[in-house]
Design a protein around this ligand. Sequence first.
Ligand SMILES: [Zn+2]
Length: 257
Amino acid sequence: MTSDENTMTPPKFDLEKIKYATDATTFEKAVDLYESGKVTQFKEGIGAYAALVIGTKPYRVSIEARRYGYGYCECYLGKNDTLCKHLVALSLYAVKEGRPLSGEDKRQTVQVSFSGTLGTLKKTELSAIKKSISGAMRYIKSYEGPSRIWFSYQNSLSEGCNRLAKIISDLPVSEQTAGLLVDMLLRLDDRLCRGGVDDSDGTVGGFIGEVVVMLEEYAKMDQSCIKAFKKLCDRETCFGWEESLVRIVDEGLVEKY
Ligand SMILES: [Zn+2]
């Protein structure tokens, strides 16, 4: 154990990981604990950190430095292998070393943002984005574990959607990027229908809905995007999310005659 904070070994995870892999409520509560100085007696051990986190009671908390979300807390949730606010507060401390959090640090943006600018991606940019989409898709995996890992499973789905949201936000609008988004939605749909993903709290479905709304904006801005929606016609999807886009295709055809 060392008490010299200047020589602290940083954890293998970073703030981005904490933000993506923690549900919003737990993250906010953890930020409150961290900012009000409730993480006390911080100590670095071998590959781990420990602290006394002052919640409704003082809780002894320890976390692994190697992987985010692995640790122990004396509170009720912690004892049930659930990622509790105390574990997250200590993780924030390990990453920030007690320094204040900026506004950006605390912003857990998951919403897809629309660029509103026309344009296409260069070949290299397009393939880089496709690669990062495939990387983020790995978090949206099938549920196989016992019920006690349910929460970490849910967090993995959120992390996948958060990562995807960041990748596809502010893309230039064109038939090319519309096609990229439609393909991504079909991959997600395939995971939901046939990939064993348990989306009972609607994380993935909600994300799909946000992307569909953005694609409607694409179509308003550039009619050629509608061509990319044709793939969705005569398709059975898991919950009918494609309907509004198919309607745009139908209306587009009607207008031509
Ligand atoms: Zn706890």
